[in-house]
Design a protein around this ligand. Structure first.
Ligand SMILES: Cc1cc2nc3c(=O)[nH]c(=O)nc-3n(C[C@H](O)[C@H](O)[C@H](O)COP(=O)(O)O)c2cc1C
Length: 198
């Protein structure tokens, strides 16, 4: 399904085409492609070049590994088990250099993950990030070391058939994509002043 957005100002097609579907085809994602997605994440910028991200990757080629991550999903995200790949993003919350809290750790994991999901679009893949998983369970079953926080689960795969989803999800799949207006998300240098957009 093409959900390419219309924008007031032009944006790169990878941004315009990315969206978060719930329908995934069963086709696997090659390890070479997964490598490209992780490379894209790897080259994200980060505060002090700390690179506070780690990605735990499970494919259906290893049923036990896949189930480890899948078992953490809340029921409402059960559709994600149809994806051939599940990933858990993890943040290291303190600087390795001095042990001080890294206030930008989650920000930087988000940057890396956006690289990851946009790279996925460039390979004809779709992805869907999820907060809906049992964080404590994820911590336990993956053996996360201290100082590391589970951030988001990501389902990745080839686009699937929305008609194969249960009715309420199929409806949501075709719903228009919505966003706040530019004027609501950008101001001038004083809160509430209009941004300099001409
Ligand atoms: C950190 C994060 C957590 C999210 N958690 C969930 C989730 O648990 N379940 C779900 O169906 N969608 C989840 N989403 C997807 C958002 O609902 C989706 O990105 C948003 O509605 C915008 O739609 P779009 O990605 O298609 O543009 C999450 C997205 C992000 C970035």
């Amino acid at each position: 399904m093409d959900k390419t957005i219309e924008t007031t100002f032009p944006v790169h097609e990878l941004i315009a085409r990315r969206w978060s579907p719930r329908a995934f085809a069963a086709d696997p994602v090659s390890s070479a492609t997964l490598g490209s997605l992780l490379e894209a994440a790897r080259w994200a910028p980060s505060c002090f070049n700390e690179q506070p991200w780690t990605y735990l990757v499970a494919t259906k080629d290893d049923a036990e590994a896949f189930e480890r991550l899948a078992s953490c999903l809340v029921d409402a995200n059960g559709w994600a088990k149809a994806a051939p790949v599940l990933v858990l993003s993890v943040a290291q919350t303190s600087f390795a250099r001095n042990g001080k809290p890294n206030r930008h750790a989650l920000h930087d994991v988000g940057l890396a993950t956006e690289n990851f999901v946009l790279e996925a679009v460039s390979h004809g893949l779709v992805s869907h990030q999820m907060a809906g998983f049992d964080v404590e369970r994820a911590r336990e079953v993956t053996g996360l070391p201290q100082g590391h926080e589970p951030v988001a689960m990501i389902a990745i795969g080839h686009p699937g058939d929305p008609a194969a989803l249960p009715a309420p999800l199929a409806e949501r799949e075709s719903a228009p994509r919505v966003r706040k207006e530019l004027q609501q998300i950008a101001y001038g240098s004083r809160w509430g002043d209009p941004a300099p957009l001409g």
